[in-house]
Ligand binder design. Sequence first.
Ligand code: SF4
Length: 481
Amino acid sequence: MLERRDRLQDELFVAGSLRELIPADHILVRVDKVLDLSWLRAAVSGCYDLEQGRPGIDPEAAVRLMLAGLLLGIVHDRKLLREAQVNLAIRWFCGYALHERVPDHSSLTRVRRRWGAERFLRIFERTVLQCVAAGLVKGELVHLDATLIRADVSWESLVKVHVEAVAEANADGKSEDDDPPSAGGPSTGGKAKRGKLKKISRTDPEARMATSHRKQRLEPSYKQLTAVDGAAGVVVDVDVVSGETHEGGALPEQLDRVEQRTGLPVATATGDKAHASAGNYAALEARGTRAVIPPQRLRPAPMPLERFKYDAAHDLVRCPQGRKLRRAGRYAKGRFHRARPADCRACALKARCVPKSMRARSVQIPDGYPALLRARRRHRRRLPEDRAAAASHRARVEGVHGEAKAQHGLRRAMRRGLWNVAIQVYLTAAVINLKRLARALLRLLLRPGALPRRLEALLDRLARTCERTLARPAVPATALR
Ligand code: SF4
C-alpha cells in the first residue's frame, strides 16, 4: 500500500511548540541547551535611547540570529534572513513564531554598529567562562597560532601607495643609485630615500597584503591570533590585527589575557617559529611558563652566530678564536657586539668570518638571548613531554582554524573594517566554544548512572559563572585600541 500526501496544506497553526518539529540532535537544539544570553539586554541597554525612537530588535534574538548563521555556515546577513523565513530550526532558536516576520537584514548591521566589537567580545568571553566552569579548560597547555583571513575586497580596489611620499623625499632628483659605493661599510647618509611600494585597498584600508607561505601570492588580509586550551580544544583568546602584523610580538599579551580570563595559570605554551624570538623565550621564563616553541633555524652563514660564545655574566661575546667582542651600541630589540679591527686583521679566519664591506666582525645579541640558548638546548634534548605538547599543537589550534574556515565561513571576512572582522572572529570563536560545551553536555547525558547529580552540578556551575561574569569587567580588545 502506498501513502498519498495532501500537498494542499491549509493548517495555519501548529499545535505545540516548533521545538517538537526539530530533531533533538540538531545543532541549534544542542547549542540552545548551553547558550545563556539572559545578561545581554542589561549589557546593551546603554546603547539605546529608552525614551524615544522605534523599538530596536530584541538583543538576544539578534545575537541568536548571528550565531545560528555561523553554526549553519550562513555568514551573509541577506542569505541568513532569507533562510530564517523558511527554516523552522532558526525560527525556533531565535524566538520567531511561524506567522511572525523575521527582521530585515539591515537590523543586524545596525546592531553591530551600535554595540561595537566590545560587546561581542563579552559574548565570547562568557563562553570561555562557561567552559572553565564545566571543567573543559585546564590552563596546563595552551596552543598559540595565527591565521590569515582574506579581506572582503576585490583585486580592482588595490592601489599602490607611498609613491607621493617617496617622490617628495627625493625632490632633489637624486636617487640611491647616484651615490658612489662607500669604502668602509654601510653608508650612513646622503642617500635619497627609496620607498617600498605597498598595495592597500581603497575599500578596506585596514586590510594589509600578506601571505602565509612565500610561494603563495600576497592577498589583502586580516590576521587572527588564537589561543586554544589543550584539554578540550576550547578557544580561550582571539584577537584580530592587520594581515602584515607579526604575531610573535603579541604572545605575552595573549597569555596575560588567557590567565586573566580563565583565572588559571598557563603552565605550558606551544607556538610555531613565528613565536621563536629571544624576547618571547625570556618573557615565558619570567612568568614560569614552559615554552614548547621550536627555535628558528640558524642561517647557514660562513661563520654563524652559534660559533660565538655568549658570556652572560660579563655580557660579552667570544669569537671562535677566543677574542672578545664588546658592546657597540643598540638596535631595536638588542645590542651589537663588535670585535676589534686589529684582532680580525691578523686572524686566519677573517675571510670566512668578516664581510668584505667591514673591517671587523659584529654580531647582534637580542634581548633575552640566554633564554633563547636554554630553549635551543632543551629543544635538542627532545623531551617526551615537549614532543607530546608539540604534537597536539597542530591538532588543537590549527584544527580550530580549519573548523572556523571550513564550517563557519571564516575563510573570508564578510564585512569590511577591523572592528567588523573582529566581531566575526569573536562570534565564530564563541560558536566553537558552544559546540564544545554542547558536546560535553551530551557526553554527560550519555554517561549511564551519572546523569542527575553531574548534570545538576554542571548547570549549577554554569549559573554561578554567569553571575560572576556580570560582575566582572571585560578584557580589553587590543585590536581595537
Ligand atoms: S675574524 Fe675576528 S671575530 Fe672572526 S674569528 Fe677572527 S678574530 Fe674572531
